[in-house]
Unconditional design. Structure first.
Length: 252
């Protein structure tokens, strides 16, 4: 029997993207999924767009979960995790897109490898969701020490198997770069992340995304090294140099 995949999407002020993102899930070749749209207090027309989409599709696999106020992406993802019914947990950001075979291929890959944690390659896209041709390739595996210098794991590509890793270990810390902090914690606990080096995701980069702010990204990774991971100053600097080189290469 096909295992249920719970897809967690934190949703905040994405009225221009959310219908397209929902459509990329309903187009998946793997059909045993539930889509958890965790609405995080949007102030634009996002809720209206979701309502139109749900009314039009009438797909019981799509579930709207509303936060009482804007509480941030980490808490939204953790709420989705609480509500998830599936064995497998997949993350999708509300402005990104999946290729139609993403779930089917990644799930088969995880089962082949016996993996608790997997991620895939991806392609940068413009604000209209069109691929730019810049594809990020991923390593076969990443352990904790490798991941500190290579933050190539992109949230929208990640999948976890909760039969192999307890859901409580997947709660994201409420800090900046909560996703990377979670990867570090999982890997530090002895798990290995398996990389499927195939472009299965479009990473939409718009001018107002936090990840587009390079100075903010630098501050975040440094804070993770020094405070979240508790690394010494020399060790933080060592990993930071390699992180910076790889980050630049991904975007060239």
């Amino acid at each position: 029997m096909d295992e249920l995949v719970s897809i967690i999407v934190p949703v905040y002020n994405v009225e221009n993207y959310i219908q397209e993102t929902i459509a990329c899930v309903t187009a998946q070749t793997y059909e045993n999924w539930e889509l958890l749209l965790v609405e995080d207090g949007s102030s634009d027309g996002t809720l209206k767009e979701i309502g139109h989409c749900m009314e039009e599709r009438k797909d019981p696999r799509i579930r709207l979960i509303r936060q009482p106020s804007n509480m941030g992406a980490a808490r939204a993802r953790n709420r989705g995790l609480e509500e998830a019914r599936g064995r497998y947990i997949a993350y999708l950001d509300a402005d990104d897109l999946w290729m139609p075979g993403k779930l089917e291929k990644e799930l088969a890959f995880m089962q082949e490898k016996g993996a608790a944690f997997a991620f895939t390659g991806y392609e940068f896209a413009d604000e209209q969701g069109r691929g730019t041709g810049k594809v990020v390739h991923v390593p076969t595996t990443l352990c904790y020490r490798q991941a500190l210098s290579n933050t190539t794991i992109f949230t929208t590509t990640v999948m976890f198997d909760t039969a192999k890793i307890d859901k409580r270990q997947l709660e994201m810390p409420v800090i900046k770069s909560e996703d990377s902090a979670l990867w570090f914690r999982v890997l530090r606990n002895g798990y290995t992340a398996y990389g499927l080096d195939e472009n299965l995701v479009l990473y939409r980069r718009s001018g107002n995304t936090l990840s587009a702010n390079k100075l903010e990204a630098i501050r975040r990774i440094w804070h993770l090294y020094r405070h979240s991971e508790g690394l010494s100053l020399p060790r933080s600097a060592w990993h930071f140099v390699f992180w910076a080189v790889r980050a630049v290469r991904r975007r060239l």
